[in-house]
Design a protein around this ligand. Sequence first.
Ligand code: IPE
Ligand code: IPE
Ligand code: MG
Length: 240
Amino acid sequence: MADLTNMAIPRHVALILDGNGRWAKKRGLPRTMGHKEGCKTVEKMVEAAARMGIGYLTVYGFSTENWKRSMEEVGALMQLFRYYMVRLLKIASSNNVRVKMIGDRRRFDQDIIDGINRLEEETKENTGLTFVIAVNYGGRDEIVRAAAKLCRDCKAGRLDEGQITEELFASYLDTKDIPDPDLLIRTSGEIRLSNYLLWQLAYTEIYVTDCLWPDFNREELEKAIAQYNSRERRFGGVRG
Ligand code: IPE
Ligand code: IPE
Ligand code: MG
């Protein structure tokens, strides 16, 4: 087990939870069973992150491209989402967790939109971990929505072109008020971003593990943090 004493705990950890389907296939189970198991891992990681003192945990739950999957799989994911929104309300209250959603929620059924709004509203005063769930999220989609909103503000005279800076642009993104991730963890071995947080990951340290998401646990998270501690972040500067 990695010993985290004297180690820097990243302020913001972003996760691409991948491999639910492969986990199920290995066991001869339907893919949806992998998603069900994956949700349990999410729950455990929220509690672990809150206890470790991580400030922000952002997980990729459903991408703008995941609608391409079968109707059956998308439907099962929506059902799981409905169920976990209720569970999350309890977990968030008992762990002082504030929940936020990023992504375009307008594409979901009304009851899911209501559930998301309720979850954000009822946890907004919590002061511990901020748990960010990316659903119907795509990095490009987020940037395009931000650019469109910026254009509207310019046209309406609320904003002048000369005022557009990186900071201002970032404030139009879904992640406004959330610091950029320090560490990105992707499970299941794929070394790609899959349209995740394209703006925000500019200088994030990337850690990829072969562990399938339903098998991921606190020990795996600690390994990633230990690896993060061995990295030298330079942000384009030179070695100090
Ligand atoms: C990640 O697991 C969960 C979602 C994308 C919703 P996958 O469903 O992508 O699992 P694999 O990659 O097929 O194993
Ligand atoms: C990324 O996983 C999206 C989520 C984890 C929600 P995918 O399984 O969709 O990514 P690709 O298709 O392997 O790039
Ligand atoms: Mg996958």
